[in-house]
Design a protein around this ligand. Structure first.
Ligand code: NOJ
Length: 422
């Protein structure tokens, strides 16, 4: 299993490398920069969504599961990227978004029964959306109310409908036929909802991960986190065969075992959110370590960047921890340079405030950082202070720190002799 001790590099395609001067990163740009990943020594890359999308949630609102958004290129560009990655020994993971589509996906009009609708004229329960507000909205066309766990532009699919299951299995097979090595599965703990649409009870406290707004006031035992989620995941596994599947399961570590019946790994979110204090870190790590199959991750496109969240003083230790824990580790693009949060955009692109964590990659010290020859969709943060070009070959740089840690992993693993589980 290639992923056992792998380091996976998360690419946020919009912000990695622009190849055509429109200020937006694209697939050809990624292909041009693959040698950075080889230099770093990672084993695989995960692409955040590249499918056609109206961008209400920057690609996590998919309007065609088997297409490539023209801003990113073509299917031909994708095939070239996969071939170029494989030539370099890099595996390729796609982001599969099975829980919801874009409201502009043709299914929403052509197959409304693939979505979850209120049986009454209004919200049938107290469910809250993850980014704030109620989880039910009125469809202006039909007048009926539909469920959306995230933005209103992201109606939830009904995984109790066999058509949804079959359609998503086809999607999985389609991308496998284009050579992908696995998938990061988005938001899979909310893939199935209570069949009776019962109210979520008030929160009892103690949920260890941050929740937004009123969503934090409820215990999400009916709006998601159903045992039936595993059946949906089994269907995905059936189509995926032995391709690598890592799940975004936004739950405490104690809830992971049933997901691991089907998935290879789940992200260890309690570590991501742990304050940088030894007892708290230990409390987050030990139970996950016990499970033997988590993906270690300290940052991604949804949360403040590592260097901003922990402070520059802990940035190196954070990398050391991430890359010395036994098992698979995920590195978010730019963390290897110590990139910090940027100003975002005004007005914001992302209503949930996540622009700041998604500024373009800093390849060189020029004002556009080598990212684009045009005007970047988000400004560069500080290429004059940190860039790949400036840090490459500089022994004290954070980039070389990451590189040494990754290079040392096979030796560390032999030294630790962790046995079969890890
Ligand atoms: C998790 C993704 O990482 C995030 O960016 C997205 O907004 C939600 N899932 C909804 O798809």
């Amino acid at each position: 299993m290639w992923w056992r001790d792998a380091v996976v590099y998360q690419i946020y395609p919009r912000s990695f490398q622009d190849s055509d001067g429109d200020g937006i990163g694209d697939l050809r740009g990624i292909t041009q920069r693959l040698d950075h990943l080889v230099y770093l020594g990672v084993d695989a890359l995960w692409l955040s969504p590249i499918y056609p999308s109206p961008l209400a949630d920057f690609g996590y609102d998919v309007s065609d599961y088997t297409g490539i958004d023209p801003q990113f290129g073509t299917l031909g560009d994708f095939d070239e990227l996969v071939a170029a990655a494989h030539e370099r020994g890099l595996r390729v993971l796609l982001d599969l978004v099975p829980c919801h589509t874009s409201i502009e996906h043709p299914w929403f009009r052509e197959h409304p029964d693939r979505y979850i609708w209120s049986p009454v004229d209004g919200p049938p329960n107290n469910w809250r959306a993850a980014f704030g507000g109620g989880a039910w909205s009125r469809d202006e066309v039909s007048g009926r109310w539909y469920l959306h766990t995230f933005y209103p532009e992201q109606p939830d699919l009904d995984w109790r409908n066999p058509e949804v299951v079959a359609a998503m299995q086809d999607v999985v097979r389609f991308w496998l036929s284009h050579g992908v090595d696995g998938f990061r599965l988005d938001a899979v703990n909310v893939i199935v909802k209570d069949a009776e649409l019962r109210d979520d009870p008030p929160a009892t406290g103690g949920f260890p991960l941050p929740l937004v707004g009123e969503s934090a006031e409820l215990d999400h035992v009916y709006s998601g986190n159903r045992p039936e989620a595993i059946d949906a995941l089994r269907a995905i596994r059936e189509a995926a065969g032995d391709a690598f599947l890592v799940g975004e399961v936004y739950l405490p570590t104690s809830e992971y075992p049933r997901y691991l019946e089907v998935l290879d790994l789940v992200f260890a979110f309690e570590l991501l959110f742990s304050p940088w204090e030894e007892p708290r870190l230990r409390a987050a790590i030990e139970p996950a370590l016990e499970l033997g199959r988590v993906a270690w991750v300290l940052s991604n496109h949804d949360f403040p960047r590592l260097a901003s969240r922990l402070g520059p003083e802990h940035m190196r230790d954070a990398a050391t921890l991430l890359l010395t824990l036994p098992g698979t580790a995920f590195v978010y693009q730019g963390d290897e340079l110590g990139m910090i949060d940027g100003p975002g955009a005004d007005p914001p692109f992302d209503r949930a405030g996540r622009d700041a964590f998604r500024h373009p990659m800093q390849w060189d010290a020029s004002p556009t950082g080598g990212f684009t020859t045009g005007t970047p969709w988000l400004p560069l943060v500080d290429p004059e202070l940190r860039s790949v070009e400036a840090q490459r070959g500089c022994p004290d740089s954070i980039l070389e720190h990451y590189r040494r840690l990754i290079a040392d992993r096979p030796r560390m693993r032999r030294g630790l002799n962790l046995g079969a589980r890890w």
